[in-house]
Design a protein around this ligand. Structure first.
Ligand SMILES: NC(=O)c1ccc[n+]([C@@H]2O[C@H](COP(=O)([O-])OP(=O)(O)OC[C@H]3O[C@@H](n4cnc5c(N)ncnc54)[C@H](O)[C@@H]3O)[C@@H](O)[C@H]2O)c1
Length: 330
């Protein structure tokens, strides 16, 4: 199989590329990535010499992108602006990449007559006090990130209905694991704790998310790639949820640090209280998560301890420090 992965230098995309090239020795991957602040080719060191892997530095919004995509079977679109806090301060680039970029890729898919898989998020359903959303639940996003992703999902579905393009949408819960950019919740908590810095917790800390180890999500995408039914949406979650404050405490315990490092900060505007999704559909394909949260968190903490150079460079950069100060005011 010949696969175009977009956004493959980011967190989930790079884990997915490594997973596929390890598992299928005859598959070929073209990774197209603009290398924004979140893209990092160091994530792909293990595959850069692999003859089945190619990299192209390009924006998914570029109109001439179709010239580079010939003789592929499928585009899997991971490329996105992905951080809610940044979306609140600068929504424009979220609308450009997450909506227009997806549209551009769909046009290429239509011309080349190939499959399209959109990597989406549970955030498109919005917050739910009790119970869980399934794939037929209405979209009710709350911020410019989730509404851009939700808009893209609707456009993807319209290409299935109007042009009969074989599409799938995968809506996963929060991922965690190796190579996640340290502005995101779990790596921020781990790296701040290692550095003996304060752990900023929004509001009362009782915001709840479901968490999946990134390897389990890669496997779920693999299931959809090989067994997914055309036009279908698949939710992907461990169905395990936990409040943010509890995660911070678990990380501090694993690192043998004091809970005094926790600092409550002013809440994020439009902050969704709880996300929860049902995953019966993907389970019917044979998938199930393998890594429980305790084990996944231990593996993740270990990875950040062993890969200090990777994240220290990012956290010391002026760009990161400016963003951090703006969001948390310290
Ligand atoms: N991380 C999560 O918890 C999570 C959960 C559910 C869904 N998702 C979705 O999964 C996908 C990947 O998320 P992630 O956490 O790996 O994100 P990330 O921010 O780590 O990586 C995004 C990648 O996309 C690239 N990119 C951004 N704009 C681009 C453009 N215009 N053209 C080409 N490349 C561009 C970046 O350089 C980067 O390599 C996203 O679509 C996101 O919405 C993420």
């Amino acid at each position: 199989m010949k696969i175009v992965v977009t956004g493959g230098a980011g967190f989930i995309g790079s884990n997915f590329i490594k997973y596929i090239l390890r598992k299928y020795q005859d598959y070929k991957i073209l990774n197209i990535d603009k290398l924004t602040y979140a893209g990092n080719l160091e994530n792909l060191k293990e595959v850069e010499a692999n003859p089945n892997y190619k990299f192209l530095k390009k924006d998914i919004c570029d109109k001439d992108l179709e010239d580079y995509i010939e003789n592929y079977d499928v585009i899997i679109n991971f490329a996105a602006e992905s951080h809610v806090d940044r979306a609140i301060y600068n929504p424009e680039r979220f609308l450009k990449t997450d909506i227009f970029g997806t549209f551009n890729l769909l046009e290429i898919t239509k011309k080349r007559n190939i499959r399209f898989i959109q990597i989406s998020t549970d955030e498109v359903y919005g917050s739910i006090e009790e119970g869980s959303f399934d794939e037929n639940s209405p979209l009710n996003p709350s911020n410019p990130y989730s509404s851009s992703k939700g808009s893209a999902d609707l456009i993807v579905l319209s290409y299935f209905k109007t042009y009969k393009i074989p599409v799938n949408i995968i809506r996963s819960c929060n991922n965690y694991g190796p190579n996640q950019f340290p502005e995101k919740f779990i790596p921020l908590m781990i790296t701040n704790a290692i550095e003996d810095k304060k752990l900023p917790i929004y509001g009362d800390g009782l915001y709840r998310r479901e968490w999946i180890y990134v390897y389990d999500n890669c496997e779920a995408i693999d299931f959809v790639l090989h067994k997914g039914k055309e036009g279908e949406i698949y939710n992907v979650s461990s169905e395990f949820s936990i409040p943010n404050i509890e995660i911070a405490k678990k990380i501090l315990k694993l690192l043998n640090k004091s809970e005094d490092l926790i600092e409550f900060v002013k809440d994020r505007p439009g902050h969704d209280r709880r996300y929860s999704i049902k995953c019966e559909k993907i389970k019917k394909l044979g998938w199930e998560p393998k890594v429980d949260f305790e084990e996944g968190l231990k593996l993740t903490v270990k990875w950040y301890i062993e890969n200090k150079k990777w994240w220290e460079k990012i956290k010391k950069s002026k760009k990161f420090l400016t963003f951090y100060k703006k969001i948390y005011n310290f």
